[in-house]
Design a protein around this ligand. Structure first.
Ligand SMILES: C[S@@+](CC[C@H](N)C(=O)[O-])C[C@H]1O[C@@H](n2cnc3c(N)ncnc32)[C@H](O)[C@@H]1O
Length: 226
């Protein structure tokens, strides 16, 4: 406990973005859910979710996307998967009604081995989690496997090489430092084209990306179809 308290605050936040754990993880989970709300809304806009679709959110964190997706897929089914048990319980709490109606499910699971059958979803999304996956190509292979033919994948990140070359104040003072620090910690900061290329290598077609270079550290959302 004392060790945790003494950890540098930034390190603590970064560790808990990657895999939230314990009371610090619960707190960071709530904060990141708030912080990612506008990114999440933006990501979901690009997914074009239909009422009866089955949707999977990988690395669902506190379950905000699961909740918003279940409002769109109101006659369908939305699942969230996360490898932090603390986030699984937070996401369940945020979605109690949907869970009770069996329209929502949140499970413990890893992007590298999704706990679902082949071809069981119309959409698979991952918001602000992809660069934490130890083996991103295995994660994409899993997304491909659980999608039905014609289903759509979308990978959204708030930090990318799409960040504006004429940066805003926030990007100028915090952005570069934060991006460099993240790379030192082993995160691969990708451009939209690189992300779309990875989707292509995983077998997806009609790959494309959209970006908001001035939002945060360069919002990007890459999409493809099975
Ligand atoms: C920065 S949080 C984002 C959470 C949520 N998507 C959001 O936008 O608020 C990253 C989440 O991805 C989860 N995560 C990271 N790597 C994962 C993996 N390989 N498999 C499953 N979940 C993973 C973490 O536990 C964490 O909850």
């Amino acid at each position: 406990m004392i060790g945790t308290l003494l950890k540098k605050p930034l390190e603590l936040v970064e560790t808990n973005f990657r895999q939230p754990a314990g009371s610090a993880g619960q707190l960071v989970g709530h904060l990141m859910t708030l912080q990612h709300r506008s990114l999440t809304v933006w990501a979901i806009e690009h997914m074009d979710v239909r009422r009866s679709q089955r949707v999977l959110d990988v690395g669902c964190g506190g379950g905000m996307a699961v909740k918003l997706l279940s409002q769109r897929a109101s006659r369908g089914f939305v699942a969230g998967v996360d490898y932090s048990m603390d986030m699984v319980s937070q996401a369940v709490r945020r979605n109690v009604e949907g869970v009770a109606r069996r329209r929502v499910e949140v499970r413990y699971g890893d992007s590298a081995a999704l706990p679902y059958e082949d071809a069981s979803f119309d959409q698979v999304c991952a918001i602000e989690t992809f660069y934490f996956w130890p083996d991103p190509m295995q994660g994409l292979a899993e997304a491909y496997r659980v999608l039905r033919p014609g289903g759509q994948v979308s990978i959204t990140l708030e930090m990318s090489r799409e960040a504006d070359t004429d940066p805003s104040l926030v990007q100028r003072y915090f952005g570069r430092r934060f991006t460099e620090r993240s790379e030192r910690d082993g995160l691969h900061i990708l451009s939209g084209a690189e992300l779309a290329e990875m989707l292509g290598k995983a077998g997806f077609r009609e790959t494309r990306f959209v970006a908001e270079p001035r939002r945060s550290l360069g919002w990007v959302c890459a999409l493809g179809r099975k």
